[in-house]
Each structure stands twice: as structure tokens, then as C-alpha cells.
Ligand binder design. Structure first.
Ligand SMILES: NC(=O)c1ccc[n+]([C@@H]2O[C@H](COP(=O)([O-])OP(=O)(O)OC[C@H]3O[C@@H](n4cnc5c(N)ncnc54)[C@H](OP(=O)(O)O)[C@@H]3O)[C@@H](O)[C@H]2O)c1
Length: 360
């Protein structure tokens, strides 16, 4: 069962207000933006959904485990993205760093919801899998933007959530906050035969900027400044992030667990600026394309740079935009384009998962 949130009557008395203790594990671009978004939407969450919250825990390797079940004080930390919490004087007030484990931290914070946004580990999905396991075992909803746990432990975590009661949600793992997994929740008994798309924003920004005359390194810096690159940008450049997203979609939506080494993968590292510019001049620009096809219960999948004819919608996907085209037995083609999202889109996906988890 999920930990009971504190309940009190709302004023005006239209709703019952439930107060949730929120814990943030990994406090980089995504979770800091999520805290900003939560604070910005605080009144709407309370008035429209009957949700109140306390920021009861933040943690990372450098920060340690910081917890206060009565709520950490974020005064003086307005610009969360630029804020260096690792300096003791900058810690949220009333926030002793705890020694110990994720379980101790969640218990100390009396956490009802864990937002897991640590860096992607493509090899094992750890320690994010352990974080999510601990949250679910502790009765807390687990919401993640991290693809690792979906690629390496989806079925186990899904089944654990079902057995224990809290929700395990991960909308922000693919196409930021765009409702991809929730869309398929609304399409019962449909069969996904295949998909293709552009799912890695960093490489799309790099390719576009190289077309515009920047070097590879200058273009990468531009993507990193947007906050959209992986902690280790090699994960973007070598196609790991795109492969992890492809694997997550196959595992969850096609119900076929697939390992990353079963996906043919080539990144953009070996594309020269000259080749990228020449391809654009020919009206067949390079894009890092993800593809999957299911036949006779077997899935073949690839991530690789492809030259895309201008008539294909993928050719028009620029900047940090993403695109996906689903082939299903009912809708032969169903496409979604996400135009130039920023970090708020990823944070929004986690906020929406939070509302989905706690509003019946
Ligand atoms: N940025 C995006 O646009 C975006 C979009 C969708 C999904 N995501 C996913 O969201 C996650 C976070 O992305 P981000 O952009 O916020 O990354 P980030 O800015 O690099 O932040 C990562 C955070 O995780 C912490 N961390 C890393 N390893 C840890 C560990 N073993 N234990 C505890 N904390 C750890 C880091 O702090 P310490 O170094 O102090 O440990 C840091 O606070 C990633 O999995 C990424 O794939 C990101």
C-alpha cells in the first residue's frame, strides 16, 4: 500500500487537501526544473487537484541525503538551476545531511513520492533501479525520467508496484513530457507493429548546428548549454540514449523485453561537418533515426544516422524537437511531433505523473 498522505479539509471546503512529502534523488537539470515547476503551480495543484506538498528530501552523491519531513526551506534558493547546494552554506535550511541509504533517507523524509532523476547508466540501469525498488518497498510512488530502469528492470519494477500498491511511472523517459506511454494506456487492445522517429534531441541540435557552420565541438556545447545533453554526452553522440529510448518503447509498448546489444546502433561521431553540410545541400539531411519492427513476436531495431528525403516529416525536425510515427493494427500511422521542448517539458512529464499517481 502507498504511504498515507496527510489529509485536511481545504478552504474553501470543495476539496479534501492531501499533503505529500516529495523526495528528489539526483538534483541536476531535471529535478531542479521540476521543483521550480512545482513551486510555480503550487496554487493550481491545491485548488484544482487538492494536492499540497512539502519538499522533504533532496539527494545526490555530492549533496548526500538531505531530509526534513516538515519540509526543506528553499528561501534564498530561487534560481535552483544555478544554485550550488553542494556548498554547505547554500543547503536548504533545516537540512542535515544523513548518512545511510536511500531507504533511511525516504524514511527520514517520510517520503510519499520519489522523483528519480539520476544520470543514465546504460550498462546496468543502477543505482536508479535500487532507488525505485526502495521507494516502492517503502510505500512511496516512484516517478523517473531515467531510462535505465525501464531498459534493465521494467517487468520487475512494474510487478513490484502492482504487488505493493504505489505507482511506478516514467512518462519523461521518452520525448520528455509528451504522453507516449499514457497514450497507449488510452488505446487498450491495440497492437503496435512498429515505429520510427527522432528521439535524441542532443544529436538533432548538433546536426542542425553543423549544417549552419559550427564545428562538432561548438555544436555539442550549444546542446549542453540547453541542459538537454546527457551527463556523459557520449551517451547521446554514440546513440546510447536513442537506443535506450527505443528499447524502452519496445519493452513497454510491444511487451518484448529487449537488450541494448540487440539493437543495431551507430551514433553520429563519425559524421564529418562536410558530409553533414553536403547532405543538407542535396536536400537529404542526416538525422539520427530510431526504428523498430515487430514480426512473428520478434523485434528488429536500429539506431543510426540516415539521410532523409525532404518529403519525409523527419527531415523537418529541427533543434531539440522530436518525432515519432507509430504503426498499429487499428491506426496504420499515428505520428506525434514535439516542437523544441526545453527542460520544462521533461519536468512537466514528472509533474503529470505525480498528479496521475495521487489523483484517483
Ligand atoms: N535533461 C533532459 O533534457 C532530460 C530529458 C529526459 C530525461 N532525462 C533523464 O533524466 C536524468 C537526469 O538528467 P539531468 O539532465 O538532470 O542530469 P544532470 O543535470 O547531469 O543531473 C544528474 C544528477 O544525478 C546525480 N547523480 C548521478 N549519479 C548519481 C548516483 N549514483 N547517486 C546519486 N545521485 C547521482 C548528480 O549529482 P552528483 O554528481 O552529486 O551525484 C546530479 O544531481 C537522466 O537519467 C536523463 O537521461 C533528461
Amino acid at each position: 500500500m502507498a504511504l498515507a498522505a496527510e489529509v485536511r479539509k481545504a478552504t474553501p471546503s470543495r476539496h479534501t487537501i492531501r499533503t505529500y512529502n516529495l523526495c528528489f534523488l539526483g538534483f541536476g537539470n531535471v529535478n531542479r526544473t521540476l521543483v521550480e515547476l512545482l513551486l510555480e503551480r503550487e496554487a493550481e495543484l491545491r485548488d484544482r487537484y487538492g494536492i499540497a506538498f512539502r519538499i522533504a528530501g533532496i539527494a545526490s552523491r555530492r549533496l548526500g541525503w538531505i531530509a526534513d519531513p516538515n519540509g526543506l526551506d528553499f528561501r534564498g534558493a530561487v534560481d535552483l538551476k544555478g544554485h550550488d547546494f553542494s556548498r554547505a552554506a547554500n543547503r536548504p535550511q533545516n537540512s542535515p545531511a544523513l548518512a545511510g541509504s536511500v531507504k533511511d533517507w525516504l524514511s527520514a523524509a517520510r517520503g510519499n513520492v520519489l522523483f528519480e532523476a539520476t544520470s543514465l547508466n546504460v550498462e546496468t540501469g543502477q543505482p536508479a533501479i535500487d532507488h525505485i525498488r526502495a521507494a516502492l518497498n517503502n510505500g512511496a510512488h516512484a516517478i523517473t525520467a531515467n531510462k535505465g530502469p525501464i531498459v534493465h528492470a521494467y517487468r520487475e519494477l512494474r510487478d513490484l508496484a502492482a504487488a505493493r500498491g504505489p505507482r511506478f511511472l516514467f512518462e519523461s523517459t521518452v520525448m520528455d513530457g509528451v504522453p507516449i506511454f499514457s497514450l497507449f494506456d488510452q488505446l487498450p487492445a491495440i497492437h503496435l507493429h512498429g515505429f520510427h522517429g527522432i528521439l535524441n534531441s542532443t544529436t538533432n541540435v548538433i546536426l542542425g548546428e553543423m549544417e549552419n557552420g559550427l564545428t562538432f565541438d561548438e555544436a555539442l556545447k550549444k546542446a549542453q548549454a540547453l541542459g538537454i545533453a546527457e551527463t556523459d554526452a557520449a551517451h547521446d553522440i554514440d546513440g546510447w540514449d536513442a537506443a535506450a529510448k527505443t528499447a524502452a518503447l519496445i519493452t513497454v509498448l510491444m511487451d518484448v523485453p529487449i537488450k541494448l546489444d540487440q539493437i543495431e546502433r551507430e551514433g553520429i561521431r563519425n559524421l564529418s561537418a562536410e558530409a553533414v553540410r553536403a547532405a543538407r545541400k542535396e536536400d537529404r539531411p542526416y538525422k539520427l533515426v530510431c526504428r523498430a519492427k515487430k514480426e512473428d513476436n520478434k523485434v528488429t531495431a536500429s539506431v543510426r544516422p540516415e539521410q532523409i528525403p525532404l518529403a519525409d516529416p523527419m527531415a523537418k525536425i529541427s533543434g531539440s524537437s522530436s518525432y515519432i510515427y507509430f504503426e498499429t493494427d487499428i491506426f496504420p500511422g499515428l505520428a506525434i511531433t514535439e516542437e523544441n521542448p526545453g527542460l520544462y517539458a521533461t519536468a512537466y512529464g514528472m509533474l503529470a505523473d505525480f498528479i496521475r499517481a495521487v489523483v484517483p
